[in-house]
Design a protein around this ligand. Structure first.
Ligand SMILES: Nc1ncnc2c1ncn2[C@@H]1O[C@H](COP(=O)(O)OP(=O)(O)OP(=O)(O)O)[C@@H](O)[C@H]1O
Length: 699
């Protein structure tokens, strides 16, 4: 039997799960052997990257007495939450005075029950806390207070934010092209991408689409591994992983964690790796150098992972035989189900709180333990022996390469995402057919004066209005951008250029086909010049609405709120455009000045009206007369000026989009520094029936 060849390692109590993967294990071992052979060229390349980039320094990360509070969104003080109300404000304490360190060449695991603050600790260390949080305490990198430059560290977030239309291979390869320096050839980048994909055991899914809502693609566990692949492509010196093994079976978890833990060995650079993790198997647990065990934002244990069992045993909580130690730790400190247990045991309403007592014993014991003293000593030593400022030595693809790759990737995504353009094209064609039948063959009667304008106003306002239908796709796009941007994959300008250029062919297509139907069947001016002008105005309006929606997506990244905001803004601009209420009849305050001049609809209406009426004589009236006296069009400049204003507005909208993203990035650290400061005692009272006296450092 295969089990003879794969005996369960001693001390591993979760052997059943792994033995279920015996065959898989054998296959993976063979793959590992193949990888070992193939590693040589890729590893050489990785090494030379490092040498090219200069001397790589390891990163020592230390944190002392870190507190994080968040505004209480419910507004109500919940019974068991740690809510600060000493100064009248309601803030929930998420992290209560954590101290620890992470060293190069070591893997620090953060463990604890769900909601204990693992992700918050990772976010705090990585400088990614949300705007409703406040932090206090000292976080040092190589002994100094410094912000890590984009790209020095990588963060694998809990959610897998990926472009669902790409295949696994494409997602990783595009990312390699964006992140790896131009000194590497395309072939080398492809090799690195393929190597990393195999490292994460994704070779069989390389040509499978990632998939998402409505499209079945790779599994959740495979998505997790794609996210990890993308972030380890450049072998960052500081790597944060938020639950890297969620969704993975125990064998895959082991291989993934093993590859992550052994990143150092591949190129000889010592990496600092911090991972929050749920339910590690015994084998995975053995990969950890240090363990930080949290409960309700407090440290239960920090120290060598191998010392945790002894610490629990010495406090009266020995790990039962044949039980996975990590399961035992979590079970001992998880108090979420105490009430259920009480109900099951018929003790509801009594004072039985064994888990809370256990936690208090462990927290107190840890505080007074040698382990804690050792952490303080390490901290003191690390803060003096650090290597100073960390330079971002990671080479990037050039701006030019970033623009080209982002344009290509976005083009492919737009082509494959039905919701981006294709669905809109179908709806536009249907609406254009509707318009063509309603306004068919307008002729030259008196009524056609009004009908022509109604048709043109409908096309330039309502057809373009429907662009908001693409908003969900814009939001998904923005989410991927935000993840990649936070990890320093590319610049904001390159993204905006890529996004703009890639959309042009589709917008031309959706202007031309429905445009031709809605233009020729009603019998508008037939020359090519008039039709081309009409299409360019339609294209400009679509581009403007799309730019407006991208601006909205960057500010309001929520489907419903974004669509409501975008629709509201457009509705107001349409009203002020000068068709539904003529320019001279618009109320002067707000609607005429400034809105009529700001709303791009004014230039679209006036340009299209001039394009249609100029040169015509309808029911005895000249086109110029109709424009000036009926539609109150400003005739002091030509239709081409209206078009130029529309095209210029596209540039302005895109620059605004760029400025908002850049501004948000610049403002975030400022806002966080405003809200962070020396810890105040009143800010961190942890209301708890077993509360220990506050440490002095937290005052
Ligand atoms: N920005 C925030 N605003 C308000 N509450 C927050 C915020 N961030 C985290 N919290 C709260 O802090 C607690 C810890 O959250 P966190 O995500 O860090 O837990 P976790 O240990 O990573 O949980 P899980 O293992 O389930 O992912 C939770 O109760 C969460 O609701």
């Amino acid at each position: 039997m295969a089990s003879i060849n794969h005996p369960c390692p001693p001390g591993a109590c979760d052997y059943e799960a792994r033995h279920n993967f015996r065959a898989g294990g054998r296959r993976l071992e063979i793959e590992t052997a193949t990888l070992r052979v193939e590693e040589t060229t890729t590893m050489k390349q990785m090494k030379s990257d490092v040498i090219d980039g200069g001397e790589e320094k390891g990163i020592w990360l230390t944190w002392k007495d870190v507190w994080v509070t968040a505004s209480n969104t419910t507004g109500k003080k919940k019974k068991k939450e740690n809510i600060n109300n000493a100064n009248g404000s309601r803030r929930k304490t998420i992290l209560g005075g954590l101290t620890g360190y992470a060293k190069p060449g070591e893997l620090l695991a953060i463990m604890g029950p769900s909601g204990c603050g693992k992700s918050t600790l990772l976010d705090t260390l990585a400088g990614r806390l949300g705007s409703n949080t406040r932090q206090a305490g000292e976080i040092l990198i190589n002994g100094q207070k410094q912000a890590l430059a984009y790209g020095t560290s990588a963060y694998v977030a809990q959610d897998d934010t990926l472009l669902t239309t790409l295949t696994v291979g494409e997602a990783v390869y595009y990312s390699a092209q964006l992140q790896l320096p131009d000194t590497m050839s395309k072939e080398e980048k492809r090799e690195r991408a393929e190597f990393t994909i195999r490292e994460m055991g994704l070779q069989d899914a390389i040509n499978t689409r990632i998939g998402g809502w409505g499209i079945k693609g790779i599994s959740g566990g495979q998505k997790r591994r794609v996210s990890i692949c993308i972030e380890i492509l450049t072998r960052p010196r500081l790597l944060f992983l938020d639950e890297p093994t969620s969704g993975l079976d125990s064998a895959a978890s082991y291989y993934v964690m093993n590859r992550i833990a052994s990143l150092d060995r591949k190129d000889g650079i010592q990496r600092t790796i911090i991972a929050s993790i749920h339910q590690p198997s015994t084998e995975v647990f053995q990969l950890f150098d240090n363990l930080c065990l949290l409960s309700s934002g407090r440290t239960v244990f920090f120290g060598p992972a191998s010392a945790a069992s002894e610490f629990f045993a010495s406090n009266g909580f020995p790990c039962p035989a044949l039980q996975n130690p990590s399961d035992h730790f979590l079970k001992t400190i998880n108090k979420d189900f105490d009430d259920n247990q009480d109900i099951e045991l018929g003790l509801a309403g009594t004072q039985r709180k064994p888990t809370e007592e256990a936690i208090e014993i462990l927290v107190k014991s840890y505080k007074s333990s040698d382990l804690n003293q050792q952490v303080q000593a390490e901290l003191a030593a690390l803060s003096t022996q650090g290597n100073g400022m960390v330079e971002n030595q990671r080479g990037h693809a050039s701006f030019h390469t970033q623009c080209i790759v982002l344009t290509k990737r976005s083009f492919v995504n737009m082509r494959r995402d039905v919701g981006y353009y294709w669905l809109r094209l179908v709806i536009y064609v249907a609406v254009a057919l509707g318009l063509a039948t309603v306004f068919y063959d307008l002729g030259m009667s008196e009524e056609s004066i009004k009908d022509r304008a109604a048709l043109l106003a409908f096309v330039s306002s309502f057809i373009t209005f429907m662009t908001i239908g693409g908003f969900p796709s814009f939001v998904e796009d923005m989410k991927v951008f935000q993840r990649e941007r936070l990890n320093g994959h590319y610049g904001v300008t390159a993204y905006v250029i890529g996004n703009t250029l890639s959309s042009i062919p589709y917008l031309l297509l959706v202007s031309l086909i429905p445009g031709a139907i809605a233009y020729y069947l009603p019998g508008l001016q037939k020359t090519a010049e008039h039709f081309i002008f009409f299409c360019i105005v339609l294209f400009s309006c679509l581009m403007l609405v799309e730019s407006l929606m991208m601006i909205v997506a960057s500010i309001v990244p929520n489907f419903l709120m974004g669509i409501i905001t975008g629709a509201g803004l457009q509705g107001i601009m349409i009203l002020a455009g000068g068709f539904f209420r003529l320019p001279n009849d618009l109320p002067r305050i707000f609607w005429k000045y400034p809105l009529h001049f700001v709303a791009f609809h004014r230039y679209a209406y006036q340009g299209l009206f001039k394009n249609e009426y100029e040169g015509l004589r309808i029911a005895g009236k000249s086109g110029e007369y109709i424009l000036r006296n009926i539609w109150q069009v400003n005739m002091s400049y030509s239709k081409w000026v209206d078009l130029a204003i529309l095209l210029g507005s596209i540039v302005v909208y895109r620059v605004v989009f760029l400025a908002i993203i850049k501004g948000t990035e610049k403002m975030k650290p400022l806002v966080s520094s405003l809200f962070s400061g020396p810890p105040k005692r009143s800010n961190h009272i942890m209301v708890n029936p077993y509360a220990t006296p506050l440490q002095e450092g937290a005052t």
